[in-house]
Ligand binder design. Structure first.
Ligand code: NAD
Ligand code: TYD
Length: 335
């Protein structure tokens, strides 16, 4: 199989590329990535010389480059997106452009070249749920510009299945954690801040719930949907580890051996979803369940950030620092 993976220089995409190249020795991957602030070729240093791997710097909104690459592959797997809820509140425009228009550009190429199209979506498209878990056919009810742009993208993808017969698949995973996650998301921000003796900013009361999945479990589920998923269908992928943000925070402090005095309650995120939860019976029936134990994988994740300071220390300077001082700190009432 020849795969066009978009957004492969990001967190999940890079883990997925490594997973595929290791497991399928005869698969070829082209990674199309714009290298935004979140894209980082350091994430793929160990595979860049693999003869089955090629990197192309480019934008998924650029039809010319997309069409050129689409002619060389059998499948498009679209990881490329603007992904951070907080940034989508501050400046939604890039989310609309990449997540929706970019997906449209890729769908057109899939239609013209008769390719399979796998859209990497998120459990956030359902919005918040107080009790119980969302099933795939439940209404999409997103809250943030990020989750709305992701919902728009997957609805568009579904329309290409219904209207044009494109072989479309969708995955909706819960919150991932693991190596190479950009230090703006909860777990890598808190691990690296703790290691630097910086405060851990908890939004609101810290009782929001997310269902954490180790990134390799998600990669294995995406792999299964790619090979065995039914055309036109969406699949929930949950880790089965629903935890409050406060629980995660205390776990990180325990693993980094840092004091609870680092906890800093800050102004809540506007429109903050209280709880995400997905029912995974559909993907379980396809033959997947998570393999990684939460406590063990969290321990290994902390260990990875401890051993790979070269990776995150250079990210957390320069532009990153400027962004957090100008936007994030201001919005959350931090000094
Ligand atoms: P990430 O922010 O780490 O990486 C996104 C990648 O996309 C980066 O490499 C970036 O350079 C690239 N990109 C952005 N705009 C682009 C454009 N216009 N053209 C080409 N490349 C572009 O994201 P992630 O956490 O790895 O998430 C990957 C996908 O999984 C996203 O679609 C996201 O919505 C989805 N998802 C993520 C999570 C999670 O917990 N991280 C959970 C569910 C779903
Ligand atoms: P995040 O990693 O941004 O993922 P998402 O919002 O897409 O679920 O945030 C996870 C949870 O952690 C969410 O409830 C917001 C909260 N959070 C904090 O309390 N402090 C932080 O600094 C960050 C980044 C997130």
């Amino acid at each position: 199989m020849r795969l066009l993976v978009t957004g492969g220089a990001g967190f999940i995409g890079s883990n997925f590329i490594r997973h595929i190249l290791t497991k399928y020795k005869d698969y070829k991957i082209i990674n199309l990535d714009k290298l935004t602030y979140a894209g980082n070729l350091d994430n793929l240093k160990d595979v860049e010389k693999n003869k089955n791997y090629e990197f192309v710097k480019g934008d998924i909104c650029d039809a010319e480059i997309v069409n050129k690459l689409a002619a060389k592959v059998d499948v498009i797997i679209n990881f490329a997106a603007e992904t951070h809820v907080d940034r989508s509140i501050g400046s939604p425009e890039d989310f609309i452009r990449t997540d929706i228009f970019g997906t449209y550009t890729l769908l057109e190429a899939a239609k013209e070249n008769k390719l399979k199209f796998l859209q990497i979506s998120t459990d956030e498209v359902y919005g918040s749920i107080e009790k119980g878990s969302f099933k795939e056919n439940d209404r999409l009810n997103p809250s943030s510009p990020y989750s709305s742009s992701k919902a728009g993208a997957e609805l568009l993808a579904h329309s290409y299945f219904v209207t044009f017969g494109v072989d479309v698949l969708v995955t909706r995973s819960s919150n991932n954690y693991g190596p190479y996650q950009y230090p703006e998301k909860l777990i890598p921000v808190f691990i690296t801040n703790a290691m630097e003796d910086k405060s851990l900013p908890i939004y609101g009361d810290g009782q929001q719930v997310r269902d954490w999945i180790y990134v390799i479990d998600n990669c294995e589920a995406i792999d299964l949907v790619l090979h065995k998923g039914k055309s036109g269908e969406a699949y929930n992928i949950g880790g089965g580890n629903e935890k409050t943000n406060m629980y995660i925070t205390k776990k990180i402090l325990e693993l980094t051996k840092k004091p609870e005095s680092l906890i800093n309650y800050v102004k809540d995120r506007p429109g903050h979803d209280r709880r995400y939860s997905v029912d995974c019976k559909k993907i379980n029936a396809l033959g997947w369940k998570p393999r990684y134990d939460f406590d063990k994988a969290m321990k290994e994740t902390v260990q990875w950030y401890r051993q790979n300071k070269w990776w995150w220390e250079k990210i957390k300077t320069g532009e990153y620092k400027k962004y957090y001082i100008e936007h994030y700190h201001e919005r959350h009432g931090l000094k």
